[in-house]
Design a protein around this ligand. Sequence first.
Ligand code: ATP
Ligand code: HMH
Length: 259
Amino acid sequence: MKKGLTIAGSDPSGGAGIQADLKTFLAHNVYGMSVITAVTAQNTTGVFAIEDLSEEIVGKQLDAVLSDIYPDAVKIGMVSSKELIKLIAEKLKEYHVSNIVLDTVMVSTSGHSLLRPEAKEVLIHELLPLANLITPNIPEAQEIAGITIYNKEDMVRAAEIISRKTNAYVLVKGGHLKDCSDDLLYKDGNEKWFFMERIKVENSHGTGCTLSSAIAANLACNKSMEEAVGLAKEYLTGALIDGLDLGRGNGPINHGWNL
Ligand SMILES: Nc1ncnc2c1ncn2[C@@H]1O[C@H](COP(=O)(O)OP(=O)(O)OP(=O)(O)O)[C@@H](O)[C@H]1O
Ligand SMILES: Cc1ncc(CO)c(N)n1
């Protein structure tokens, strides 16, 4: 069986973070493992508190997993402090981990900061270079590239700028542009667009987490990057269309729609 590891924060309401990633791995028949970086108190209406775990326990979690059950792919989500980012980068190098999908989580859908301002440069300099794929949404791509994105041409410009900072594929997600759910995969001057109909839904909490962990699961199963992204978009669209309706706010999608 293929194995996936998520290094991310916990969302007790189960729509995003570690919980979304583990459900997504299961839905892809990939054995799921998790290293928790932070515990959040959040639900469909917002984020109420965040507590980072210590470097010591995050390091020990990484050693425990990586020295025993070696993952075929790793997804990195919320890591809010520069100390934890540096530690994770060191461990990934120490254990020669490959197939790394970095979801550059910065701000929650409800507008809560999930990355400390002083940690942004460390994320860019320490983690970006280790990733095989990075998956910024529009606000994150703007932060990393240092430009404003108004349309799809700007998405291409941002991808070009970001790809100069890393050897990785860059997937700029268009979900934050008006009526857009097209994503751009970019590497070495090559553009590949993934077009998907915009689903009219009230509930889309955790789409970014779900997409990146689905891509990691597909990479673990030896899919090429293009195939992994295409299949993950189809899986995500199915989970949105399913129309799960939980909670009083922006509810979760159905990670298990295909089971
Ligand atoms: N209503 C929708 N219909 C179809 N696809 C969508 C919809 N909303 C988002 N997506 C897709 O979901 C993925 C994540 O998009 P988005 O840009 O919203 O990321 P994100 O901001 O990181 O997610 P999150 O809200 O979890 O933080 C992208 O592939 C995007 O195209
Ligand atoms: C733990 C966690 N990671 C990522 C996101 C972004 O969706 C979130 N809301 N919560």
